[in-house]
Structures are given as C-alpha cells and as structure tokens.
Design a protein around this ligand. Sequence first.
Ligand SMILES: [Zn+2]
Length: 245
Amino acid sequence: MNAEPSIQSKLLDLAAVDAELSRIEHRRKVLPEEQEVQRLEAERTARKDAAVKVEILIDDLDRDIRKLEGEIDAVRKREDRDRAMLTSGSVGAKQLSELQHELTSLERRRKVLEDDEIDVLERREAAAADHAHAGANLDQAEQDLIDAERRRDDAVADLNVAQQRCESDRKALAGGFPADLLAAYDKQRASYGVGAALLQARRCGACRIELDRGEIARIAKTAPDVVLRCPECNSILVRTKHSGL
Ligand SMILES: [Zn+2]
C-alpha cells in the first residue's frame, strides 16, 4: 500500500485522537465518582437496614409493654377484688386465710411483672435513642449519595463533552485519508488497540520494540510513500523527520 508521506504523518494525529478516545472510554469504566456513588449506595442500604432493625425491635418492645401492662392490670384487679372481699366481713376464717395467702402471691407476681416492665421500658428508651441515631445516619447517607451523584453526573458530562470533541476531530481527520489506508488503520486499531505510530529512535511507538539494524537499514531504503508495518505489532509505522533515519 502506498500513501503520500504527508498523508501518512496525519495518521499520527488520528492515532492521538483515538488514544484520547480510548482514555475517555477507560476513564468512564473506572470513574472514581461512579465508584463513590456505588460505595454510598451500599452504605445507604446498610444504614436503612440498621434503621429498620431498630424499628422492628421497637415494635417488639411495644408489644411486650402492652402485654405486661395487661397482665399487671389483671393482677391489680384481682388484688382489688380480694381486698374488697377481705374488708366486706362476709368471709369465713378459712376463706380469709386463703384470700390473704392469694393476696401475698398476687403482690409478689405484680412486683415481678412491674420489674419486668421497668426493664422493657428502659430497653424501649435505649431503642428510641438508637432509632433517632439510625435515622440521622440514614439522612446523612442519603445526602452524601445525592452529592456524590451530582459529582458523578458532572464528571460524566465532562467526559461526554471531551468525547464529542474527539469524535468530531476524528470525523474531520478521517475524511482526509484514502479509503484503503483508513481501513488498514482501523483494522489494526481494532485488533491491537493502536493503528499507527511514529518510528523514532529505532522503536515502534506502538509496541516500543526496538527494530534491529537490518530492519532499520531496509526501512531507510524504502520509498517514502510505501506504507510500512511494524514487524512486531503490525501497526502502521510512520516515518517523519523525527524518525532519525
Ligand atoms: Zn510495533
């Protein structure tokens, strides 16, 4: 394949634009702002789970409190009934003793239930504090996520602008090449990542391999309009006045 040296050297401009497009594509894949969004999404999920866990605990404790209050109330009613009977003067000695005995055990039972209730109320109070804390944590995580998403969107918008600029540069450049040369370049770029590179200081600019003296001597004798390929990576090797031939 042949092409004017001036046309060949334009391949280096195209390669520079394509390298920038590759950098943009890579940056899009490893965007730190996106990684931060993902980290904060996981954080928000964890904090939401923590808040829900506390809410479930509070529901359980409220149910325990209602149950204990019901039991205490029932014991208290029975105590009242027993006391009323005791003071009515209408019970016999045997029943009197039974009532006193029952009152003692009811009082003991009520004390145990009341102690249990105090214990549960304390846990309920601690859970309420935990809930407030978890809610504040969740609010903070949500705010952090909104901020991170905005930074991510800004970064993506910057990449989009850069990509559009490169694509329009590429379009303008691509129009200046013969179809066969551009096709050869694109094919090489698709398979190797780089389509064309400068030959400089005996090295291929794409694979960085140093060509042996025999190869360099052969290249130096090749007509300038012949399109050369790197013997190592097959990239189009562009010769310019910087090639040092
Ligand atoms: Zn090479």
